[in-house]
Ligand binder design. Structure first.
Ligand SMILES: [Fe+2]
Ligand SMILES: [Fe+2]
Length: 293
C-alpha cells in the first residue's frame, strides 16, 4: 500500500532520538525537583533541532486523530507482521541509529541498558529492571516504515479536547478532531474519572509494546510502558479528570520510571557484552523466547 504521507512528513527528525533530547530541554529536572519553567522551553536556542522537533510535533498533532488511532490499532494489534526472537528484535532496533551522525553516540541498546542498569543499581525488583530494558522496544514500528510522529513523541488522549499543557498545543488547530463536536470538549466520548483503560491514546511505541507484553509483566510495569510518553499527565496532570483512583495509584510507578528514562545517561557506557548473560536470564524469566510483531 502506498503511504499517504510525503517523504518529508515521514521523517521530519534527523534522528528519532532528537525527540528525547528535546524532552530533556523541556524537563531538565525530575518532577520532584522541577519548578515550572514553561516559558523557558520555547526560548532555548539549539538551531536545527528546534525546527525539526517543531515540525515533528506539527505533523504529530495534525495527523494523530481518533480515526488514525483506530486504524493503527487494526493494523498492528493483531501482531501478524513478523515473529522475532527477543534478541533479534534488539539488534533490529539498533539499526535505527544512523552511524553517520557523529552527534549520536548512544544506540538504542545503550539507552535501554543505561535505563535498566540505573534501575538495578537502585535495588528495584527484577521486573522493574526488565521494564527499563524493554521500554522502547515498540520503536521497531519505525522499521516497519511508520512515520516518526506515529512512533515517538508525547502521547495524549484522543476522543476528547487536547490539553493546552501538551507541547505545541497550537498545532492541534490542524487536527480534524478539534473541529469535531464529538471530540472537542473536555470529556469528549469519555466520562468523569472513567479510567485510562477506557481512553484511547495517540498511537506510538508505548501502546504498541504494552499490547505486545501485557500478559507477561506485573501491572506497574505495564503502566510504565504504556504511559511513559504521556507527559501531559505524568508531568502536567492535565487529564486528572479522566483518571480513576487506580490509575492515580499506578501513576506513582510511571513517575518513578521517568527519571531513569530521561536522566540516566552515564559517562561510562554499560558493557553490553558483559551484561548480556544477566539480561538473557531476566528476559527468559518473563517473556516468551519469540515475540510477535
Ligand atoms: Fe520511549
Ligand atoms: Fe526511553
Amino acid at each position: 500500500m502506498q503511504s499517504p504521507y510525503k517523504d518529508k512528513e515521514i521523517a521530519p527528525l534527523q534522528n528519532i532520538e532528537d525527540w528525547e533530547e528535546d524532552l530533556k530541554v523541556r524537563y531538565p529536572k525530575p518532577k520532584d525537583e522541577q519548578a515550572k519553567a514553561k516559558g523557558d522551553y520555547r526560548n532555548y536556542h539549539d538551531s536545527d533541532r528546534v525546527d525539526t522537533v517543531r515540525e515533528f510535533y506539527r505533523l504529530n498533532h495534525k495527523y494523530q486523530t481518533y480515526d488514525f488511532v483506530v486504524e493503527k490499532e487494526k493494523e498492528f494489534l493483531t501482531f501478524q507482521k513478523r515473529e522475532m526472537p527477543f534478541w533479534d528484535a534488539i539488534d533490529y532496533l539498533n539499526t535505527l541509529v544512523d552511524d553517520s551522525d557523529p552527534d549520536i553516540d548512544l544506540d538504542q541498546l545503550q539507552h535501554l541498558l543505561q535505563t535498566s542498569e540505573a534501575i538495578r543499581a537502585d535495588g528495584h525488583p527484577d521486573w522493574f529492571v526488565l521494564t527499563g530494558f524493554i521500554h522502547d522496544m515498540g520503536k521497531v514500528l519505525c522499521l516497519f516504515g511508520e512515520p516518526q510522529w506515529a512512533v515517538v513523541g508525547d502521547t495524549f488522549p484522543v476522543g476528547c479536547k487536547h490539553s493546552e499543557d501538551i507541547v505545541y498545543p497550537e498545532f492541534f488547530r490542524d487536527n480534524p478532531d478539534a473541529q469535531d463536536d464529538r471530540f472537542n470538549n473536555k470529556y469528549g466520548i469519555y466520562n468523569h474519572h472513567c479510567g485510562l483503560e477506557n481512553v484511547k491514546m495517540s498511537w506510538g511505541h508505548d501502546e504498541y509494546l504494552y499490547q505486545m507484553v501485557k500478559d507477561y509483566l506485573p501491572e506497574p510495569a505495564l503502566y510504565m510502558i504504556r504511559y511513559h510518553s504521556f507527559y501531559a499527565q505524568h508531568r502536567e496532570n492535565a487529564y486528572d479528570h479522566l483518571l480513576s483512583d487506580h490509575d492515580r495509584e499506578m501513576f506513582r510507578w510511571v513517575d518513578k520510571f521517568n527519571p531513569y528514562d530521561l536522566y540516566s545517561k552515564v559517562p561510562v557506557p554499560p558493557d553490553a557484552k558483559a551484561l548480556r548473560p544477566y539480561y538473557e536470564d531476566l528476559v527468559a524469566k518473563y517473556l516468551p523466547p519469540v515475540l510477535k510483531f
